[in-house]
Design a protein. Structure first.
Length: 86
């Protein structure tokens, strides 16, 4: 597996662990399924998008930041919504 794959797997495990500890079992199951599918697909597609890796890595990171921030549900400031939630 590539470095991108290992970093994605670590981010996936971190978000799911955080969800289980802070938000509860139901959100942890939701995050496990949704992020598991997303991580599998994005790692499989990585070789096709390697030439635009900065954009691909930013989009991947924004998914994990977004799901981690949903652990503490609240209205986010405008810069966060513009950079992460779109």
């Amino acid at each position: 597996m590539s470095t991108f794959g290992w970093i994605s797997l670590a981010a996936y495990a971190s978000v799911v662990g955080l969800a289980a500890l802070v938000r509860g079992r139901l959100y942890a199951i939701f995050a496990t399924v949704l992020l598991g599918i997303h991580t599998s697909v994005s790692v499989a597609l990585w070789p096709e998008f390697e030439r635009v890796w900065p954009l691909y890595a930013y989009l991947q990171a924004s998914v994990y930041v977004h799901f981690a921030s949903l652990v503490w549900a609240r209205l986010r400031p405008r810069p966060y919504r513009a950079l992460v939630s779109l």
